[in-house]
Ligand binder design. Sequence first.
Ligand code: FES
Ligand SMILES: [Fe+2]
Length: 367
Amino acid sequence: MMSGVLIRNTWYVAGLSGEFPKGSLAGQVVAEKPIVLWRNAAGDIAAFDDRCVHKRMPLSQGRLLADGLLECAYHGLTYDGSGRCVRVPAHPDGHIPPAAQLRPVPLVEADGLVWVWPGDPAKAAAVPPPRIPELADPMWDSRDVGGAMAVPANSLLLIENLLDITHFYPLHDGNIGDVENSRIPVRVEEGTADGNRYIGTVREVENYRQPPYLAEYLGYEFVDRRHTHFLLCPGLTRVEMRVWPTGRKGDSAAERGYVILHTHTPVDRRNHVWHLIILMPKGQTCRSDPQKPAIDHFVETFPKVIAEDRWALERQQRMFEFPDDGYREVFLRPDAALRRARLMLARTERAEAPEPEAPEPASRAAE
Ligand code: FES
Ligand SMILES: [Fe+2]
């Protein structure tokens, strides 16, 4: 029985750039690593182990001083932007122990996202986080729909939810879902891009009657549609919806759609933080009100869909607390992608496990 995954040697989204304004101090736990994030007055952001080198007090509970230094809340050790301790109030002679240096956490800020690497820092340089060109494109609007959502479930449960959208019926029946969606054939694609393994699903359908929610976001009642869900790295899934009026597939003048980024950043084995970022081309308006941007309507209505998913994920997670007692999962045909994803993530996690210690050689006396 699979009880989720926890991978450390990968990039995770700590938040959107706007969540870390100048002069801000934030504390997070990412994949069981406590991290303090700190953006100085010049706008540069850095991340360090959140534990003060003195007595493990979380530095994110300290304060940023006017001179840009970070002071620990407990005994006042003070650190500069490189993580070096520069002041020890208990040492009037100014002595700084040479080992008083915070360990940096690799960080990349790109496309308005702040990524951190909670694992072995030496491995971070080889793999860049996936890029999201639409986030930096002025022709697109974006919104972080629910903010940083704390979900009491292993992040794999959200990944599986996204790779198998046959749950649209019944979980999302009455809004984005309908049973016809579950009958659309699924193709699985996988590969590697910039060192990140990806796995995804492609669902293509013609003359599909959109449920009213989607018709309102995208216009058109009957469409040819291409809908994809790609796990681009263990911390991010990208969803693309592209529709055309029936019979006009590929006609860019009639195309409508959206991109949804789901960031799933594990806290530990039982919790993750989820951001749902919607992106729509500027100028895409509601079907019933051509004056209203469709993205505004999405932000008003999609929280109900998110709440349904959270409801399911939390309940699934609770069932992992019981002994298996012979329980076995049954796989359906649309589960192909999530099975591949589980396998890939489990292998990645196993590869991170430290080598088991060699057994003690038996002593002669015991032979
Ligand atoms: S624990 Fe930070 S100064 Fe003592
Ligand atoms: Fe869902």
